[in-house]
Design a protein around this ligand. Sequence first.
Ligand SMILES: [Zn+2]
Ligand SMILES: [Zn+2]
Length: 137
Amino acid sequence: MGNVIEYKLTAKGVKPTAVRLLVLDVLSKQDSAISLSELENSFAKADRITLYRTLKTFETHNLIHRIDDGTGALKYALCLDGCECHLKDLHVHFHCTRCRRTYCLTEITIPFVTLPEKFTTQEINMVIKGLCQKCSS
Ligand SMILES: [Zn+2]
Ligand SMILES: [Zn+2]
């Protein structure tokens, strides 16, 4: 673990406590988005409230983003370096209906949508459902 993780925290203005370092380490090792329960399962002794608060702190500091993939359980994934979670930073998410994993497709930005007059965008959530690479081969 060590310095890279610690740097990621301090670079975003988050004080590197023991729990935060551990949670960020777990998040960095995922290749798909993770729910609070899945995060909890990766700790032998886990205090759900502490983990939840840690995720909230990470989210407000643009270290991670929340994904509503339509399954009812919110998922979390690391933001790319330099992400400020502005609308222009948003990317498409993919939910696999077979393995039920949710992936960040960070190379695919959400297309700009022109809304009718007096409608303003606050959030855009684009989830594509289908089979992932592993499940379709
Ligand atoms: Zn899959
Ligand atoms: Zn994402």
